[in-house]
Design a protein around this ligand. Sequence first.
Ligand code: SAH
Length: 223
Amino acid sequence: MYEDTLRHMGLRKILVGNIRKNFIDSAGKKGINFIVDDRVFEVMEKIPRHFFFDSAFEKFAYDDNAFPIGSGQTISQPFTVAFQTMLLNVKPNDRVLEIGTGSGYQTSILVELGAKVFTIERQKPLYLKAQVVLKKLGYRAQFFFGDGYKGLPAYAPFDRMLVTAGAPFIPEPLIGQLKVSGALVIPVGKGSEQVMTEVIKITDKDYKVNEHGRFSFVPMVED
Ligand code: SAH
């Protein structure tokens, strides 16, 4: 358990190389109308994604697919993780709220990019497990068990927010907890598909919305 071998590193390099190629080849399509940021690929090449899998399934960790992590949830597809992380455009020391900790893989990426990460999960076993894995990796984040629709008013405001589950609508409390000129990345849609949505807070009362292609996430559930 928790061993990162040359073989893993090799598989990871190939996976990230393929995702990078997909990004470059499909620029303008798939909603990639933003700057491709190599920092994100560097971080993904560094973090052992197989640590977030049960050891029996670790051979699936370097396929570009979502995969079950228990409690009826999935770790997001690596392409999607790269996409959301790039849209989020995190700067070192940004306060970032993540909704849907899941395995903690996306959390680790945000920490490695230098963010101060606050992450919320509503499935207790996942909330507990993710903390064990991040500790193994030496990454520090603040973990919360609860309902992400409410955000984290006690820790607001945030520079960035990332929702990793499909939301039927944009939760108002989240926009309220964003800094002016801050941004929220959230897949929005009621069915099996969502539109990757970027919400930029312009003033205290006003925000603008950009849309970036279709994705498929597990649903964001309201408690
Ligand atoms: N970022 C995760 C993706 C997990 S899938 C990863 O890299 O593994 C989305 C997660 O959102 C699931 O774990 C699900 O339980 C969680 N979720 C759904 N609705 C939620 C809510 N209202 N509040 C907090 N977490 C929620």
